[in-house]
Ligand binder design. Structure first.
Ligand code: GUN
Ligand code: ZN
Length: 427
């Protein structure tokens, strides 16, 4: 057993619905045993019950749950910040050439080490990740995450059309790759598999039908794809699927909309489509830095929430411009401002933690520091930069401090990252 004394902030409910959702222990104690949280609360209330447990004093720091990134691309780390293009041109000019390099297992291995290091350095303890079309890219990533006992979900991209030669698969080849990956990795340690049709444009009807069949055969497996990100993408999708009533219907008709399905972006969806997602218990990943960088549009977070759809936050590296979930929350606030809707800081933290866990259907295991949860947590240094230290010294209460942290904070704030109770990163 090990205990940590610090200020502890986490969410025990959805702050947009539950007045008691925010739990803050200014002088708090977190007690961890065998990878799980044993107790979390006020030091004064818990210390007497844990006199035998060694306590590390981290006073002056904050402990929060690890961040959950609900949408990121492993093979795109080398094309972050590619100039000039919007989605479809960006894919052709920058993304596909970078992903083609993942046919080489050595390149995949080297990048996987960098990628997982970077997640942990930024305080991300769980991620839902796109691989390239190559089975080996996902094997390399799973192996790296497994070696750190990280909770990570990933899948090989399905793409059997509208991509360059060398970057397409076939329906039966992809089915075999997925069955192999599920057998070898899904449920191993803390890993999970996600069936990953890239987006409707890159999949034939037969490919999407196969994806739905694999999901039906493996109900515990996740599904991830892109939906309604860019106006040209929406028009081309309608042309490729003339029988579908709208973009979401393309996925609905193949059985891809269900619990454990996560749809990235949804920038141009209307209320009715969010309602259909909510009715199927599917989730959305809000990716503000990507949506701004590619000029895709402004995600209507309040509309999505009003219709009861589960929402997590995603970096969407490499269209997204940072691995930092803190920085991404700051950009989410700015997207809200451009829509005239200011994102509440507790709601922002919810998206990054318990909301993300609910989007992934993992809230029984992660998302906050309630007893019994897996001990994935962060130690944050609130004086990591001179400006942040100065701004927080002048802050007016918890909400203001958290808000400043999301606007000014990034990887520099993350002092330590723990996975299942084990320190896996220290600044
Ligand atoms: N739509 C299809 N593929 C991609 C991708 O790699 N990134 C983003 N942002 N959107 C996509
Ligand atoms: Zn994406």
């Amino acid at each position: 057993m090990q205990a940590y004394r610090a200020s502890i902030l986490h969410l025990v409910g959805d702050p947009t619905k539950d007045e008691k959702a925010v739990a803050f222990h200014d002088d708090g104690l977190l007690v961890v045993n065998e990878g799980r949280v044993v107790a979390c609360g006020d030091y004064a209330a818990l210390a007497a019950d844990h006199v035998e447990v060694p306590v590390e004093d981290l006073s002056g720091h904050w402990i929060t749950p690890g961040f959950i990134d609900t949408h990121i691309h492993f093979p795109q780390v080398d094309i972050v910040a590619a100039h000039g293009a919007q989605l479809l041109d960006w894919l052709e000019q920058h993304t596909f050439p970078a992903e083609a390099a993942f046919a080489d297992p050595e390149h995949a291995r080297e990048t996987a080490t960098f990628f997982v290091d970077e997640l942990l350095r930024n305080g991300t303890t769980t991620a839902l990740v796109f691989g390239s079309v190559h089975k080996g890219s996902v094997e390399a990533l799973f192996a790296e995450a497994f070696s750190r006992d990280m909770r990570l979900i990933a899948g090989k991209a399905l793409m059997d059309r509208n991509a360059p030669p060398g970057l397409t698969d076939t329906v039966e080849g992809a089915r075999a790759d997925m069955e192999g990956l599920i057998a070898d990795w899904h449920g191993k340690g803390r890993l999970g598999y996600a069936v990953t049709p890239r987006f409707a444009i890159s999949c034939t009807d037969a490919q999407l039908e196969m994806a739905g069949q694999v999901l039906a055969q493996h109900p515990g497996v996740w599904m991830q794809t892109h939906l309604s990100e860019n106006p040209r993408e929406i028009v081309e999708t309608a042309e490729l699927f003339p029988g579908a009533s709208d973009y979401l219907d393309v996925y609905e008709r193949f059985g891809l909309v269900r619990k454990r399905s996560v749809f990235a972006h949804c920038v141009h969806l209307q209320g009715e489509a969010f309602q259909r997602l909510a009715a199927k218990d599917a989730a959305v990943s809000f990716c503000p830095t990507s949506n701004l960088f590619l000029g895709s549009g402004l995600f209507p977070l309040p509309t999505a929430c009003q219709h009861g759809v589960k929402v997590g936050i995603g970096t969407d590296v490499g269209a997204g411009t940072t691995f930092s979930i803190l920085h991404t929350l700051g950009e989410a606030y700015k997207v809200g401002q451009l829509r005239g809707q200011a994102l509440d800081p507790f709601h922002a933290l919810y998206l990054a933690t318990l909301g993300g866990a609910r989007a992934l259907d993992l809230d029984d295991r992660i998302g906050n520091l309630a007893p019994g949860k897996e001990a994935d947590f962060l130690v944050l240094d609130l004086a990591a930069t001179p400006l942040l230290a100065r701004r927080l010294a002048a802050a007016k209460g918890l909400e203001d401090r958290l808000f400043a942290l999301t606007v000014l904070g990034d990887d520099r704030v993350v002092a330590r990252t723990y996975l299942a109770g084990v320190e896996r990163y220290r600044k």
